[in-house]
Design a binder for this molecule. Structure first.
Ligand code: AMP
Ligand code: ZN
Length: 470
């Protein structure tokens, strides 16, 4: 299993601390409003990666946090005149709903920053004791980057260069920093802000410390994989490494995985630019599985451009998968024979070839783009090689392969929801009735055939068209 490690800047073999076990941490969203589909990208691509590891028999301990104390949350709370916890709890619930709609497995643990303050104070104390952090006059605690000789190793930034660039820069409120590159571990409270007591001042943590602390608490001092969007490489992940490794004296994470951006017209989708669609916007128009297929249609490190056109393509691909499983399910009900025919046995060899391509793709740095293509090939074979004469053994086999790879690993639910089926059948019947009114018999027959392929039998009665499942 190969993954691209941002730290080593190349693809490397995954070797976990404990054989058969993976400890993985994925930085989660800041919860101040609904997540956009750019935020959904890390959730989906690393969920597919986790599912593949589980398919291979790994036991994955998967931790993903919610950042629930932050300037933007406080601002949103002040605007609504409510407590910041009201905002963060609301958007954690909304985010979990989006994740569930997108079939993202819940993490083993979803820690929240505000519930881990004690651990943060502990780690900051350790950093001060070891001489990696200092307390300014106003009670702010800064991490002293000059004490960390390895600072910059993830992002490849050179501290001297950064210093000369920043020397004259003074950020308001941070005048007491000894070096412009130093970053905040703890800061004093301001009026109207949530705060916690600490040995230095009543205040709140800086952003980076939460992930160091939660990762350590739930996964241990050294973990296997730390992941997130590529915008987190610097400063967030660089600072997490500085904090964790200075505090423990041990390597923080063996591997670093970063997803590329979801763009729109070539620009990163982001809340600040306003060029975003929330997951909710998209799922109001498309099945969430179409969004999931779209996100998995690119290798996770590549930029992915959002457009209606590619969403329509993903929709058509998804429809092909659903039609195939509709057909297989109908055949399963009547098919007989527990022994495959010779021809069917040959076909299973073809399918196995694509299972192998699927696995090779996933083991080549989580290449879900090629893995999806392998699934489409299996769907094509399943369509072409099954009919009423197929044995139950063969139909069951291809059906199970699709459910295992598509649903199990890619996380794309390949079974049409019953209410969707009802709606689709009703829509097709209405279309057929309209075609008959226009005396467009060819179209009416074509629709009847399509419904037939879905296992729907029509009956023209005096009261109108009735339908049932074959
Ligand atoms: P945030 O709430 O901004 O901290 O983002 C949560 C996660 O979404 C982080 O892993 C970000 O790197 C990721 N992310 C944000 N915007 C995008 C985007 N346009 N494309 C891909 N990932 C993104
Ligand atoms: Zn983080």
């Amino acid at each position: 299993m190969k993954i691209f490690d941002t730290m080593q800047r190349r693809k490397v073999e995954l070797e976990t601390i404990e054989p058969g076990k993976v400890r993985m941490y994925v930085c989660g969203p800041t919860v101040y409003n609904l997540i956009h589909i750019g935020n959904a990208r890390p959730m989906i691509v690393f969920d597919a990666f986790r599912r593949y590891l589980e398919y291979k028999g790994y036991d994955v301990n998967y931790v993903s946090n919610f950042t629930d104390v932050d300037d933007k949350i406080i601002k949103a709370a002040n605007e609504e005149g409510v407590d910041p916890a009201v905002i963060s709890e609301r958007y954690i619930a909304e985010c979990k709903k989006d994740m569930s709609d997108m079939n993202v497995k819940p993490a083993t643990t979803h820690p929240q920053a505000t519930k881990e303050i004690d651990g943060m104070i502990e780690m900051i104390k350790t950093l001060i004791d070891k001489g990696f952090a200092y307390v300014a006059k106003d009670g702010t605690v800064y991490f002293d980057v000059s004490k960390d000789r390895e600072y910059g190793k993830l992002s490849g930034k050179d501290l001297d260069e950064m210093m000369s660039g920043l020397r004259d820069l003074k950020v308001t409120g941070e005048e007491q920093k000894e070096d412009p590159n130093d970053f905040v571990l703890w800061k004093p409270k301001k009026e109207g802000e949530p705060s916690w007591p600490s040995p230095w001042c009543d205040g709140r943590p800086g952003w980076h410390i939460e992930c160091s602390v939660m990762s350590k608490k739930y996964l241990g001092e050294t973990i296997d994989i730390h992941a997130g969007g590529e915008d987190l490489i610097f400063p967030h992940h660089e600072n997490e490494i500085a904090q964790s490794e200075s505090a423990s004296g041990k390597k923080f994470s063996r591997y670093w995985m970063h997803n590329g951006f979801l763009n729109i017209n070539g620009l990163k989708m982001s809340k600040s630019l306003g060029n975003f669609f929330t997951v909710r916007d998209i799922t109001a128009q498309y099945d969430p599985m179409v969004l999931r297929l779209f996100i998995l249609s690119a290798q996770y490190r590549q930029p992915l451009n959002f457009s209606r056109e590619v969403m329509e393509q993903a929709k058509a691909s998804y429809e092909r998968i659903l039609n195939c499983t509709d057909k297989l399910k109908t055949l399963k009900e009547t098919a007989k024979g527990s022994e495959m025919t010779e021809e069917e046995k040959k076909n299973t060899e073809l399918v196995k070839g694509f299972i192998q391509s699927f696995e090779e793709a996933m083991e080549d740095d989580n290449n879900t783009a090629n893995a999806s293509t392998a699934v489409y090939e299996i769907v094509r074979i399943a369509n072409a090689t099954t009919d009423e004469n197929s044995t139950k053994a063969y139909v069951d086999y291809v059906y199970d392969v699709i459910r295992t790879l598509c649903d199990g690993v890619l996380g794309v639910i390949s079974e049409r929801k019953t209410e969707d089926l009802d709606a689709e059948v009703e829509a097709l019947i209405a279309e057929r009735t309209a075609a008959r009114k226009e005396k467009n018999w060819a179209k009416a027959d074509e629709i009847r055939d399509r419904l037939g392929a879905m296992g729907i039998i029509l009956e023209d009665t005096k009261e109108g068209v009735k339908w049932k499942k074959a």
